[in-house]
Design a protein around this ligand. Structure first.
Ligand SMILES: [Zn+2]
Length: 343
């Protein structure tokens, strides 16, 4: 048996590259150029999206800070420490999904709340998205993939559907010159097609749950079956601006295609803390009030005399204690966070 080892070289700098059959693109470790070798996949399924420039993103950042009331009067204390932009691999899948849901909801009937059993079948085509970088959890990428899944009008195929929303260009058309003008590094996908298919199916199942089971209900059963009918790998530009403010470092992540904010990790300003403190104190007062009832002899005597209905005041006291405790605990916890996440 003859094993042919194909020596592949970087199209830009000519450096030798390690290529495994799983690789869809190989980012050159020497110069960073994204080489694509997978002919079948690469032609029609691998894309990139052009990005706004660093200057434009920085401009958006300052516009935002000017508008943000939280920073009124202290804008000059903000200083940008780092601006970084990357092409993030996003896996897209067109999933044919079928299934069945059964759940309970409360509905008002003749003035009374009643438990109603509901069930339905679904049969749908879903577009799901997952980041190709899953080794570390990243709140910005999580948000971006959720946004990518929303409001798709399904066209002829996955490629056309994506093209109608985010101007995708085949990666094959990326030549060395254009790559140099983009000034963004490509991050390779951490897994191949097989693993992507599993992840996208998982995601489709979660998405079906979001779509077909209303919030605030008891899910009794859920079945899901699906196939990934079409794939695409899109290298999508994401920018992050890190800034210092009042001794802490925070960031705003931007969608490089349209310049929209994806997520921001911001300092919590003092008035917000005061609001949380007030709520925590109210919680303490409520639980304190119910705690005095527990220690009050007259209250228990009255409860004892009620005999039949005695359970009701006891339940009210327990619920009051619990509510007050949770309120003070919840807001106390919020207060101790120094950052808040804005979506
Ligand atoms: Zn190279």
């Amino acid at each position: 048996m003859v094993v042919i080892i194909q020596a592949l070289k970087c199209k830009k700098c000519g450096a030798p590259l390690d290529v495994s059959p799983e690789d869809i693109i190989v980012v050159c470790p020497y110069c960073g150029f994204p080489n694509s070798f997978d002919e079948i996949f690469g032609e029609s399924n691998t894309f990139f999206v052009e990005s706004l420039s660093e200057k434009e993103i920085v401009k958006k950042f300052w516009e935002r800070m000017r508008k943000d009331r939280d920073f009124t009067g202290s804008r000059d204390k903000i200083s940008i420490v780092k601006v970084e932009g990357f092409y993030i691999p996003l896996w897209f899948g067109k999933v044919k999904a079928r299934g069945y849901v059964r759940y309970e909801v409360y509905e008002k009937r003749r003035g009374k709340k009643e438990k109603v059993l509901k069930h339905r079948k679904f049969n749908d085509t879903l577009i799901v998205c997952s980041s190709g970088r899953r080794s570390v959890y990243d709140v910005a990428l999580e948000e971006l993939t959720r946004k990518m899944e929303k409001s798709h009008i399904f066209l002829k195929d996955l490629k056309q559907t994506l093209a109608s929303k985010i101007k995708i260009k085949p990666l094959k058309e990326l030549d060395v010159e254009e790559w140099e003008s983009l000034k963004l590094d490509f991050l390779n996908t951490e897994f191949g097609r097989k693993r992507a298919e599993e992840i996208l199916l998982d995601r489709a199942s979660d998405r079906a749950k979001e779509l077909y089971v209303p919030e605030d209900n008891e899910l009794l059963s859920f079945s899901f079956e699906g196939e990934v009918e079409d794939f695409a790998l899109v290298f999508y530009p994401v920018w992050r601006i890190y800034y210092d403010f009042g001794g802490g470092t925070y960031f705003v992540a931007y969608d490089g295609f349209n310049g929209r904010e994806i997520v921001a990790l911001e300092p919590m300003r003092i008035w917000r803390k005061v609001g949380y403190l007030v709520m925590a104190i109210i919680g303490v007062i409520i639980s304190g009030f119910f705690a005095t009832l527990v220690g009050n002899v007259t209250f228990w005597r009255a409860v004892a005399e009620m005999k039949k209905g005695a359970l009701i005041p006891i339940l009210i006291v327990v619920a009051g204690l619990y509510f007050g405790y949770e309120l003070s605990r919840g807001y106390g916890k919020k207060m101790s966070w120094d950052v808040r996440v804005e979506r």
